[in-house]
Write a protein that binds this ligand. Sequence first.
Ligand code: GSH
Length: 135
Amino acid sequence: MSLDNESMTIYGDSISGNCLKVKFVADRLGLPYDWVEVSVLKGETRTPDFLAMNPAGQVPVVLFADDGPLAQSNAIMLHLAQNTDLIPDDAFDRALMFQWLFWEQKFVEVLSRNINGLMEASIAVGTPGARAIFQ
Ligand SMILES: N[C@@H](CCC(=O)N[C@@H](CS)C(=O)NCC(=O)O)C(=O)O
């Protein structure tokens, strides 16, 4: 199956690594898309319209014209990359790719979430300069 002819819209926040991962895969594959900027910091993932698309209230979400919405950056990337050179044909090489994807979600994402929490807490308690640094 090719995604070349299925129009898609990426709902993402351009300061989010998870969203940029999806964008970079689409760009690398030359897949056309519309980008809709959704600010996490402004709470735009919590509107009724957005929650109808992804009840988890998170970006990225890709809305496929034929199939509907798909969330989770790694699920989206794997879907976009099917039948392309980004996914190895060899089963073990493919498993090594999954190894990295699972590791990234478990460790890198959790680390970045903690940093985001620290950032939001710093702004909330009014740490001098926090807003200027983080926003
Ligand atoms: N495991 C998800 C994580 C998605 C995620 O944490 N998205 C963040 C931005 S990086 C978000 O939308 N946060 C808003 C919220 O949780 O309220 C993925 O890889 O897509």
